[in-house]
Design a protein around this ligand. Sequence first.
Ligand SMILES: [Zn+2]
Length: 484
Amino acid sequence: MGRKKETVTYSSTFSTSVREGSMGAGVQFASTLDPLSDQNSNVVEHYRPRVSYYMREQAGNFHYGKQHPMKPHRLTLTNHLVLNYGLHKYMDVYEPRRATEEEIRQFHAADYIDFLKRVTPDNQNEFGNCFSEFNIGDDCPIFDGMWDFCRIYSGASIEAARKLISGASDIAVNWMGGLHHAKKYEPSGFCYVNDIVLAILQLLRYYPRVLYVDIDIHHGDGVQEAFYTTDRVMTCSFHKYNGEFFPGTGAIDEMGSGLGKFYAINVPLQDGIDDRSYTQLFKTVMTAVMETFKPGAIVLQCGADSLGLDRLGVFNLSIAAHGECVKFMRRFGVPMMVIGGGGYTIRNVARCWTYETGIVCGADLPDQLPNTVYNEFFAPDYSLHPQLSGRVVNHNSRPYLNALTARILEQLRYLKGAPSVQMQEAPPDIQGFLESEEHRQKDIDDDKNKDKKEDRSGRREHIAELYEGDHDHDAEDSSSVLDI
Ligand SMILES: [Zn+2]
């Protein structure tokens, strides 16, 4: 059970896209990001986070089906742009291990996992009776390698969470993850395994409070549902809501229950919201959330279907405005996971997530896209910031947005007065975490010897290694029960 480690070898994986001497031309490392217009005492100036980035080339090769809007190929496009902008020079890049079944079982039901593991396009007829039970259909088809795909994107989110806990990274980026609709017993909305819930469960072992923020156009229902009754996770979702738009939930009065009352925040929006309205609303709400909840870690789901011209979306956001949300959350200087999600006009998904990778690194990317073997996707402008807005009329009136804001701020004021906001310092499972890390590190230590840095466990870690880890489960700790 050894963790296999290799030196980063982009050239073997992305040989056509990365050429020495051509990487990163024009990328500027910003000395500081633009100051916020609104002063905020929680903001950390001159923040220089250590960023880790998780990618697996195979993740881009899965197919949901020819007509299906979810195209994992967007991950390949994103990685090629990220690498050819040279952003890997500002990050630790990892090829993460797959999640183990045991890890996935920390949220999902055993019989559902068993189904996911066993069913294939070839044998699916034998499972006919299970399809309605497990919500299999057009949205969530059975496709080749489905279980492997789930393990890849979930493993990356779990690794990213652990990297934050260990202190080896301040921001961890996994564009493969963010599948926020998956439920404990069934898939939903193209999502089979909820990597976000799994990652947050990891974070809760160390951080007393975790904030989940979701800027996908769809309501982050799977995550909200998982943590609806706890005050240790605040979920905050900005999405289109009219009671019918998928998944049909996310009304403003869904606020959590029991101990979790007021800890679910929903920001229901109408079609066509524009940059100015969205970013203003986002900043106002998130400023209040950060002041009130004071999270130890943030998980930011960056679904790109909230962009204008999305195949399924109906908002008007530009890539700059979408990225502004990432920039805003980064400035709080709180350990943060940045993950993907929806996004169905894949040329713009790749642009958006590349831009946001630049943001977390503090790099200003030139508008001219670098050359990749996928150039044709970005014709005719080949730019990072094409015009995306204007297709949909903005149905969010100023009075509507004002009322929405007032209502959410009021909810946060309730939370401030609630007993549970005494911010109970639930005993984190840091001992268990450190023990499992120690085990993992032992394998790493056996064959490492250079470019090291401290992590929170007091051990040291290679700065630019490529983790390869199917044999690297070391999930001995995964049987621990997470009592949140
Ligand atoms: Zn979505």
